[in-house]
Design a protein around this ligand. Sequence first.
Ligand code: MF3
Ligand code: CO
Length: 248
Amino acid sequence: MVSIKTKEEIEKINIAGSVVYGVLELMKTVVKPGISTNRLNQLADEYIRENNCTPSFLNYEGYPKSICISINDEVVHGIPGKRKIKKGDIVKIDVGACYKGYHADSARTYIVGQTNEEIRQFVNNTEKALYKGLSVIKEGIKLNEVSKAIESVAKENGYGVIRELTGHGIGTNVHEDPYIFNYENNESELTLKEGMTLAIEPMFSLKKRNIWMLEDGWTITTQDGSVAAHFEHTIVVTKEGYKILTGE
Ligand code: MF3
Ligand code: CO
């Protein structure tokens, strides 16, 4: 069942979302060569708590840290630890915050210093896929249209679409109905309605789409070692379109 949120509920998600936005802006300034992912986690955790929220991911199904940091061939759910950021790393940071019981979820991919043109384009295009997916959203459209729009960007460029991971509804739980696939599929027959709150999150690989899960039980990597990118916003469906809840 896909729930419709009230104005008050959407406001709480938006407050959580602006804290998530603040964390991702902060990360932009501190994701530099030499900093450990543990330290990034600590800075994010402090920021979230100082802003009257709690980190949504900590203890979520046993997840041990407050944010996810996934580097290069890691797609998502990387666990912060002693690893240090290096020049040229492609760093995905995924943040969730909870305000008065309501969650918001957003992620970005950061390029640390410089990388080659192919990877730069790849990261840019993954972000474009997020906005292309968002651009079709309004009350009355089929969810599959969002999936198709996201997938079209991967198809044009020959990227892999990770199939095992999806976007999702969000609210009093981090993950709620529906699943939002990043490729065309028949399960997305749902018609969007005003007040649905959704986390849209394209996850692409530069080459093949196949993934492994590491022995830590969380970290997802590409099988071929190719780099992955991930962008995510939490949004609310409106009559005319959508509103980003994890923006400024
Ligand atoms: N943003 C992540 C997702 O939608 C949630 C991570 S939960 C965690 O999949 F426990 F893995 F951190
Ligand atoms: Co998510």
